[in-house]
Design a protein around this ligand. Structure first.
Ligand SMILES: C[S@@+](CC[C@H](N)C(=O)[O-])C[C@H]1O[C@@H](n2cnc3c(N)ncnc32)[C@H](O)[C@@H]1O
Length: 216
């Protein structure tokens, strides 16, 4: 697929990307590794009310690609995980790669239309750079297709999330660009922290979204 400004928002681009796999090793862990996120996970997941392994939450990975994070969480006791991605190739390779981990399911799905997932069934939703992939153009004034796609996505996450659930979104885009895209309808209470900060690396950001008026 020719690389255009909006290429990352098309499944054909990602199919071509994941076709480069050797079958075993991840093609690329986007933005940051599991280890980079461990402190963030400690606070909001491992010690978060309703989010601990013993609480057995359903974790939904949105645009999971070939990230190792679901496997890392499986190793830490999270045994109900659903990974969705609109790239058939990503789902094919991950189903094969992790067939020995029955606690992780893989399904081809567009996060803008998750009709296969019941309302209020997800305890933790996780996005690392999937929302980023939907965004292109002028960050001060995103084009209409960006506002439409991100709006549909955020409404779907809101629909599938339990009232007391949490949506964790890791992005490289700065706060002032993300806030209007994350919360166009005022559906969420937003919390935010700067992650990263290693010498030589750029900052990235960890958002914690809860349904408005449903704070635990
Ligand atoms: C930048 S990669 C991040 C992959 C993975 N989360 C990681 O951190 O390594 C973006 C991923 O989102 C997926 N994606 C983008 N738009 C999507 C959509 N509308 N529905 C489902 N998956 C999508 C792509 O196929 C790709 O796997």
């Amino acid at each position: 697929m020719a690389k255009t400004d909006d290429a990352f928002s098309h499944s054909e681009y990602w199919d071509e990307h994941f076709s480069k796999t050797d079958g075993e090793a991840p093609t690329h862990e986007w933005l940051c590794s599991y280890g980079d996120l461990e402190g963030f996970f400690q606070k909001v997941l491992f010690e978060g009310p309703g989010c601990r392994p013993d609480d057995n939450p359903l974790i939904l990975h949105l645009g999971s690609g070939d990230s190792v994070i679901p496997a890392e969480l499986d190793s830490r006791g999270y045994s109900r995980q659903l990974c969705v991605d609109f790239s058939p190739k990503a789902i094919e390779i991950m189903t094969e790669r992790y067939k020995s981990r029955p606690g992780i399911k893989w399904e081809q799905m567009d996060v803008r239309d998750m009709a296969g997932i019941a309302d209020k069934s997800v305890g933790v939703a996780f996005d690392k750079s999937t929302l980023d992939a939907m965004i292109h153009g002028n960050p001060w004034s995103p084009p209409r297709d960006v506002r439409e796609n991100t709006g549909r996505y955020l409404r779907e996450v809101h629909r599938v999330l339990e009232d007391g659930g949490v949506f964790l979104c890791v992005t490289f885009r700065q706060r002032h660009f993300m806030t209007p895209l994350l919360n166009p309808d005022g559906l969420w209470d937003l919390d935010f922290e700067v992650l990263g900060g290693k010498v030589g690396s750029f900052d990235y950001y960890g958002w914690v979204l809860r349904k408005a008026s449903c704070q635990k």
